[in-house]
Design a protein around this ligand. Structure first.
Ligand SMILES: Nc1ncnc2c1ncn2[C@@H]1O[C@H](COP(=O)(O)OP(=O)(O)OP(=O)(O)O)[C@@H](O)[C@H]1O
Ligand SMILES: [Mg+2]
Length: 275
């Protein structure tokens, strides 16, 4: 089985790596957390969080995949672990090395075997003029488009959502922070299958990338509630909100036991006039 959700950001809307991590941390399954891939051609920072100076998982996996393909169990051998038990294949910091690894991997995604949980693949900034920036974009089963909520970001997002809909790729819009438009307007303008709102939450964002050094008052372990299945705690608003994104992806990918949902009809992008 192959289930891949690509996560990409529109220009000027950073936050995609954080959203991927939050979504995996929010996933509720006895099987653990979905595997996150830092497959950003611009390079990644998570290796510096997990094992500074160590070889990035993406480079090792790319070397092996040519011979052995992309099999979940094998790939997991080269995954590091973020806070909250999120497994991640990290990208090298250097964009040239990241691009080279992704080029090697590009032909492999199509025949990847992901196991029962989907892979959540951070593909970085999306350029709507490129039909196939790299292999994940070409064969993902769903796209999460991470964007800020202001008009310019949404207009740019509409360009990408249109490219995705042209190839029947169901898209969920993850709007980070304030957004004056209603869900309905965002859905209509971007022609997406769903919209999820995520808060601007510097504390949780810092915890997710291992940069919180101030201790975690009242908690024995980050995301303990998620790990133990106990009721969700309010201390990580971003992860709490990302559970809606996890559910939306489960529906779209058919991993919640239902058949994958059909892509909604897409109208022309039509954001409200004015500001
Ligand atoms: N929802 C959020 N609330 C608060 N801070 C955030 C949020 N999302 C991201 N950040 C912060 O913004 C910065 C960029 O986030 P992140 O690395 O996730 O973006 P990115 O789009 O992956 O960037 P890059 O282009 O470097 O890969 C980080 O310092 C992160 O902690
Ligand atoms: Mg990133």
């Amino acid at each position: 089985m192959r289930r891949i959700a690509a996560f990409g950001a529109v220009t000027g809307s950073p936050g995609v790596t954080t959203v991927v991590g939050a979504t995996s941390a929010a996933w509720r399954s006895d099987l653990g957390r979905p595997l996150v891939w830092e497959a950003d051609p611009a390079g990644g920072v998570l290796q510096q969080v997990i094992n500074p100076g160590g070889e990035a998982g993406l480079v090792t996996v790319a070397g092996i995949a040519r011979r052995e393909g992309l099999l979940h169990g094998k790939v997991m051998e080269f995954a590091g672990q973020l806070v909250g038990g999120v497994p991640v294949v990290t990208a090298p910091l250097h964009p040239g090395q990241a691009k080279a690894a992704l080029e090697e991997l590009a032909p492999q995604w199509e025949s990847a075997r992901t196991g029962p949980l989907p892979w959540l693949v951070d593909i970085g900034r999306l350029d709507p003029s490129l039909p196939l920036p790299h292999g994940v974009w070409g064969c993902a089963d769903a796209l999460v488009l991470v964007t800020r909520g202001h008009r310019h970001a949404l207009l740019y997002g509409a360009l990408i959502a249109r490219r995705a809909s042209e190839r029947g790729l169901p898209t969920v819009i993850a709007v980070v922070g304030d957004c004056p438009e209603s869900d309905r307007e965002v859905l209509r303008a971007l022609g997406a299958a769903g919209v999820v709102r995520l808060p601007w939450d510097p504390f949780t964002a810092a915890v997710l990338r291992g940069q919180w050094t101030g201790g975690l008052p009242g908690r024995r372990a980050p995301f303990e509630g998620w790990l133990t299945g106990r009721p969700r705690r309010p201390e990580y608003p971003l992860v709490t909100a990302a559970s809606a994104l996890a559910r939306e992806l489960e529906r779209l990918l058919g991993t919640d036991g239902t058949a994958p949902r059909a892509l909604l009809e897409v109208g022309p992008p039509a954001l409200r006039g004015g500001s």
